[in-house]
Design a protein around this ligand. Sequence first.
Ligand SMILES: NC(=O)c1ccc[n+]([C@@H]2O[C@H](COP(=O)([O-])OP(=O)(O)OC[C@H]3O[C@@H](n4cnc5c(N)ncnc54)[C@H](O)[C@@H]3O)[C@@H](O)[C@H]2O)c1
Length: 433
Amino acid sequence: MRLSDKIRNHSARVAVIGQGYVGLPLAIEFAKVGFPVTGIDLDEEKVAALNKGESYIPDVESRTVRHLIEDGRYRATNDMSVLAESEAIIICVPTPLRKSKDPDISFVMASSNEAKKHLHPGVLVILESTTYPGTTKEVLLPMFEESGLKVGRDFFLAFSPERIDPGNVQFKVKDIPKVVGGITSECSWMAALLYGQIVSRVHEVSSPTVAELAKLYENTFRSVNIALANEFALMCRHLDTSVWEVIDAAATKPFGFMPFSPGPGIGGHCIPIDPIYLSWKLRLTGYEARFIALADDINRSMPRYVTELLIDGLNNRGKCLKGANILVLGVAYKRGVGDVRESPAIDVITEMQRKGAKVCYADPFVPSLAHEGLDVQRVEVNAEVLRKCDAAIILTDHREFDYHTIIQQADLIIDARNATRGMTIPENKVIRL
Ligand SMILES: NC(=O)c1ccc[n+]([C@@H]2O[C@H](COP(=O)([O-])OP(=O)(O)OC[C@H]3O[C@@H](n4cnc5c(N)ncnc54)[C@H](O)[C@@H]3O)[C@@H](O)[C@H]2O)c1
């Protein structure tokens, strides 16, 4: 049976390499509609947990994983040899930055090498990891064609960016349109056919490079607009005006304006990193991506700015940061998730500790920060903890925090997220961005 027929009747064997925030929800979505799916991950603990039906991704329920395993539609493994019998291979591995801020595509290379070893006629390979423009065509294609197979005829190769927003209950994998760009039109068509089985809309573009760039444009758009909101916060402080009131007022315009919020900085695996992939690639062509550099600069300055607000607040009370007890409320990079990758809280905590503060944190989703190299105690928020601290600093506006108690009990609150908006607050108690 041809691959297209197997895709249409959901019998094509799908392998998803990388079972993290992106790969696991995707694998589960294919399994849910009936495809036999193997989730591949090098992390043995993740594989063992998944095969026991335990999900570590809040967007994927453990009982769904259990049900799919029992039905024989999903299993996890670290054995790459399953790629030999897979008919669609989707790569969802990390694409971080090196310390030098150059793209690190070593995970993509390692998993693509495995796909290459097991490449066989008729297979469809799709890269989903966010990466710099040209990766699919300039790096993956030559690697796969070394096998002697010809793209578009013997195998299919495409790029399709993942646009999932972890923790977003309104838009999950199946609700988000897929952009697909194949090396040839046959590749695009085959990849679009596959995604069409799990999402309601697939948007085909003329090349993988367009698809790679579309993803980078989306995340650069966010980075730049967040930076603008952050700079507005800095400007409003100079003008002794509330940035939040300004944004609320501007947001009443029903067209031509989209509100973004200032905050303590940007985090997660995407917004701080993806635009740098693009500027790196452009630098190779002699072009300096100015918006990206400026946005990155402003966003990365915010943790220090938040620390300065804290120092000012303590100073007004005749205290200094050295030796002060500071409670950090929320360390995840955004509300409702436990992901601390690139979280601005790491920078704020590091800066406060460097200046001699005694820091503890509370976050319902983050059990420890030890793996981030931080020595900071986790506490439960209660009246006593709040009363004992010299200041509480809200870095992530988790819904689980009781902001009324926080306001009642803490002496000083730095609210970097406007989590206390609309609440009655004694004068000089809360400093907002
Ligand atoms: N997290 C997000 O919100 C998000 C959204 C859209 C796109 N993306 C992009 O998707 C990609 C994956 O991100 P993520 O957040 O899912 O990462 P993640 O770290 O949560 O998951 C990646 C998984 O890949 C595994 N892995 C690494 N190398 C491997 C290899 N060679 N073979 C098999 N498994 C391997 C890791 O063990 C890990 O479990 C990145 O390019 C990211 O930029 C992420």
